[in-house]
Design a protein around this ligand. Sequence first.
Ligand code: ADP
Ligand code: ADP
Ligand code: ZN
Length: 213
Amino acid sequence: MNIMLFGAPGAGKGTQAKFLIEKYGIPQISTGDILRAAIKAGTNMGLEAKRFMDEGKLVPDSTIIGIIKDRLAESDCKEGFILDGFPRTIPQAEALELLMKEMGISLDRVISLNVPDELIVGRITGRRVCPKCGASFHMEFNSPKVEGICDYCGDKLVQRKDDTAETVVSRLDAYHTQTAPLFDFYTERNVMSEVDGTKDVSDVKEDIFKILG
Ligand code: ADP
Ligand code: ADP
Ligand code: ZN
């Protein structure tokens, strides 16, 4: 099954991706996680991407498309994958479509997590993430079993550098101008399903499971 999770920054894509990995046994492909790993490794690509990420701007399409091309070619993607945070622009979606066509596969379902802007700032500023496995938690709405520790791998949780109230403004702006048009793109292709992302984490999970079956 090839799935894409769609929604504003902080809508809950990463959180839900972890449940889908457990249920379907397919990998999560988060371009944000891949970029952060490149920054940590100090690669040229990472250093270049960092400038955009710190300002809450999108990283150029050519960089992102290159990342995805390499990642989808890996053997663990054969049974399917969960795209999280990609595509984020129309050119990225078009490149993905072409790439998947070449691979003889297609997107089975796009799940839109609908969350209004007013709720996004609180979600992002209260987010704590695992630097090792990429899991995200929330200090108030989705706290880990042990304070400050990742439920999945036991690593110490941290706050992302770009998870500030100031950066959220430009990230939401990038979302509305560059990413939101993908809603119509995938609706036209009859693969779009919407869920109410304001519900509790476990209710959103159930709604997604119902759609995917
Ligand atoms: P995204 O991957 O879309 O950027 P995350 O999954 O990292 O979003 O979620 C953003 C923040 O909101 C995290 O702190 C997460 O724990 C929290 N969160 C996720 N889903 C919900 C929900 N349904 N209700 C409240 N908080 C949530
Ligand atoms: P969030 O879901 O909270 O926005 P991500 O981890 O998905 O966080 O993305 C963090 C940053 O990485 C984005 O603000 C952007 O700079 C960059 N990024 C991630 N994925 C993409 C993409 N598909 N296209 C362009 N930039 C991206
Ligand atoms: Zn972890």
